[in-house]
Structure formats: structure tokens, C-alpha cells
Design a protein around this ligand. Structure first.
Ligand code: GLY
Length: 407
């Protein structure tokens, strides 16, 4: 017989268990619906991409990136920084569904990327190769993929300058910057960590850690917001300028830049267990989540300081990157409940209010991202990297639900 006092204690506990089971069941159902939509959309996107590739007289176009002003599908060459996201999205769809047809498509589109492994003219190697070959290797263990990852990391490492302690980002705009390093570059370090683990080459890891430490020192303001571009003096390693390229102003907080920073330092903590990186990621999360101009639906405007809010375009890609990063950060931080509930809320918001209707938008999943507002380029459009990080967030959410490690 259970005593009255025990009953008083057990009833709320049972209620809370029921509520959380109910919540998890609802979350599971809505995840199933959004994965079904993603399957539909990426089937369409694959078909349309295939058609455009066939019509391409250069035979160089490999992956979809966005829609142009006329609403037409835009494909890019493998050298474009966004070329790896489509194969990566196909790998995530394979992971989410277990269906071989997605693996077959992922294999096909990943193969298109291989020649990038020796392209040393860009820092975007991680975006291109780790999203495609990295996911492929993680899911299949294919040793040919392993070799591509290693060679790509070695190529990326040639862009490291030990005086500065960073990998050079862009080779363009030499009239503006001597040695530009952008916050986005934090994302490419994951490739170096992976290749170091695969080969035992500690130099690759050293380069990644040094880049992360230099960036932590020079890219951030006291409130944990990040500059976009830091220009360095190659002789002294000193900072020359703190600028923006895709943000509203040099002193503003470009939304996707903050998202790259959050994701980058979370990943660096995963790889190093250096508490400085964890504290940095938590500081960035706090800047984003407590920002007075973060909209209630948690999808940021393209810049936290954009002047015409609420009439500014949103950036769903930044929201998707933030959600994915928060799932991982939650597994290292004492703020787990907060980060996971915010990540869930972002995924819900994107799923409910930012997704394309089935069979529209040439097969992209999310609408309303912004590539570069100052250049009036890709404003309020679908972007393939929004879909990639959205699917990654769904994978991470599912892993948490199944009690598996997030990454
Ligand atoms: N890495 C380029 C961008 O975030 O737009």
C-alpha cells in the first residue's frame, strides 16, 4: 500500500513523465513529417540538378546552390565553397532514413568533388570535402574517402602562416586586405582534426588549434560577438583591420558569422577538451540567445544590427547552423537543458514556418536565407547550406532521442 505522502510525490512525477513522453512522441511525429518532406524535396532537387547537368556544355557544374532572381535553379562547380553541401545533405538523408537510394545518390554527388583535394587556392576545403567525403567516410568507412580527406587536409595546411597563426581565407580582394581571415574559417578546422586522427600527423592538429586560439584572441568583442574579417600583417602577425564583408557594418554582428563561431568553438572543444573553447562557445551562445533583437521565432535577421528591423530579411541558414551547434554544445555544457530546448524550438520554427511546400522551390527544403545582403546577392532565398545544417540538426535531434552521442 502506497502512503498518502508517497502518492503526493508520485503523482506529479508520473505526470511529468507522461508529459515528457507525450512531448517526445510529438517531436518524433513532427520529425517523421519533416524527413518525409525532405525526401520529397531532395528527390526533386536531384532530378532537376541532373537535368541541368546534362544541359551544361562545360560539364563542370556539379551541385545545386540556390535559386536566382528569376526563380531558376543555380548549379555550381566543385570549386565553389557550397559544392559539398548537396552531397552532404544526401548523406544525412541516408542516415535519417537508412535507404540505399540516398546512399547511391550521395556516392554519385560526392565523387564529383574529388578533384578539389589538390585545390590550394581556397580555405573552403572543409566545407567542400568534409561535408561530402567526411560524412561519406563516417557512414561507410570507405578507405578511398579516407585518402581524399587526408590529401585535402594537407592541401589546406599549405595556407597556414605560422607568424600569424592562422590559415589564410581569401585570395581575392588583395586591394583591401593583405592576409584576410574570416570567422567562417573556423568550420574548416574539423577537416584538419579528422585527418590528424586518421594519420597521426600532429602538425595538422597543431595548425587547427593554433588557428582557433589566434581567432579567439583577435576576432571577438567583449560581448562574445565576432568580427567577420580580420586582416593581418604577414611580417609581424599583428592585426591591421577588423572589417566585415557580408555584414551590415564593421562593428555589427553578421548573423551567420556568429553561427559559424558557435559551431566552430563547440567542435574545437569536442576535439581538444580545452575548457577555453567550451567557455567561448557558451559565451557566443549567450550572445545569440539573449540578444534583444533575436526574433521570438529564433530565426535571426541577416545581421543582429541590421537597421530596418523588422523589415530586414531573415537568415534561416544561420538558424539551422545555430540549432545544430546547440545540440552538440548541450552535450558538453551544464546548460544542456537550455541549449537543447532552444535547438528544438529552432528546428520547430524552421519546420513550421520556413519550409518550402512539397514540390516547390525546385526541391530545396528551407526558404528565407540570406547569402550576402550588402552585395544584394542571394537575399531571402533557399540556400543549400541551410538545408545541410537543418538535416544535420535533425540527425542530432534523432540521436539524442535514441540516447546516442550527438556526434
Ligand atoms: N562562408 C561564406 C558564407 O557564410 O557566406
Amino acid at each position: 500500500m502506497i502512503s498518502h505522502r508517497k502518492q503526493l510525490f508520485l503523482i506529479p512525477m508520473a505526470l511529468s513523465l507522461l508529459l515528457s513522453a507525450n512531448y517526445s512522441c510529438r517531436q518524433d511525429n513532427s520529425a517523421k513529417q519533416i524527413v518525409a518532406l525532405a525526401e520529397n524535396q531532395l528527390s526533386l532537387l536531384t532530378e532537376e540538378t541532373g537535368r541541368l547537368k546534362q544541359a551544361d556544355t562545360t560539364s563542370l557544374l556539379v551541385s545545386p546552390r540556390t535559386l536566382n532572381g528569376k526563380g531558376e535553379l543555380v548549379l555550381v562547380r566543385s570549386r565553389d565553397w557550397t559544392s559539398g553541401f548537396f552531397p552532404g545533405a544526401l548523406w544525412y538523408l541516408y542516415e535519417l532514413t537508412g535507404k540505399k537510394k540516398w546512399q547511391d545518390k550521395a556516392v554519385r554527388f560526392t565523387a564529383n568533388m574529388e578533384k578539389e583535394k589538390t585545390n590550394g587556392t581556397t580555405h573552403d576545403m572543409g566545407f567542400k570535402i568534409y561535408c561530402s567525403f567526411g560524412n561519406g567516410f563516417r557512414l561507410t568507412g570507405d578507405t578511398a574517402y579516407r585518402e581524399v580527406i587526408i590529401q585535402s587536409a594537407r592541401t589546406l595546411a599549405t595556407r597556414f602562416n605560422p607568424v600569424i597563426g592562422c590559415i589564410r581565407s581569401w585570395d581575392h580582394s588583395r586591394n583591401k586586405w593583405g592576409y584576410p581571415v574570416i570567422i567562417d574559417n573556423m568550420m574548416n578546422l574539423e577537416l584538419l582534426f579528422a585527418a590528424s586522427r586518421l594519420t597521426g600527423d600532429t602538425l595538422l592538429r597543431h595548425i587547427a588549434v593554433t588557428h582557433a586560439k589566434t581567432t579567439l584572441k583577435n576576432h571577438f568583442r567583449d560581448d562574445f560577438s565576432s568580427y567577420h574579417v580580420i586582416d593581418y600583417d604577414t611580417l609581424t602577425g599583428q592585426v591591421l583591420q577588423k572589417n566585415t564583408h557580408q555584414g551590415y557594418s564593421h562593428e555589427s554582428a553578421w548573423a551567420r558569422g556568429q553561427a559559424w563561431a558557435l559551431y566552430g568553438y563547440t567542435m574545437c572543444y569536442r576535439e581538444t577538451k580545452d575548457e577555453t573553447f567550451l567557455r567561448q562557445a557558451e559565451g557566443i551562445a549567450s550572445f545569440i540567445l539573449n540578444h534583444p533583437r533575436l526574433p521570438e521565432d529564433l530565426v535571426p535577421f541577416w545581421d543582429f544590427d541590421a537597421p530596418e528591423m523588422p523589415d530586414e530579411p531573415r537568415d534561416a541558414s544561420a538558424a539551422a547552423i545555430i540549432a545544430s551547434a546547440l545540440y552538440e554544445l548541450g552535450s558538453y555544457s551544464a546548460n544542456q537543458l537550455l541549449y537543447r530546448s532552444k535547438a528544438d524550438a529552432i528546428v520547430r520554427s524552421l519546420s513550421d514556418h520556413y519550409r518550402a511546400e512539397k514540390g516547390t522551390a525546385h526541391g530545396f527544403i528551407l526558404l528565407h536565407s540570406t547569402g550576402s545582403a550588402p552585395a544584394k546577392s542571394e537575399v531571402d532565398v533557399p540556400l543549400i547550406y541551410a538545408d545541410y545544417y537543418f538535416l544535420e540538426a535533425l540527425v542530432r535531434q534523432a540521436r539524442i532521442r535514441e540516447g546516442k552521442p550527438v556526434v
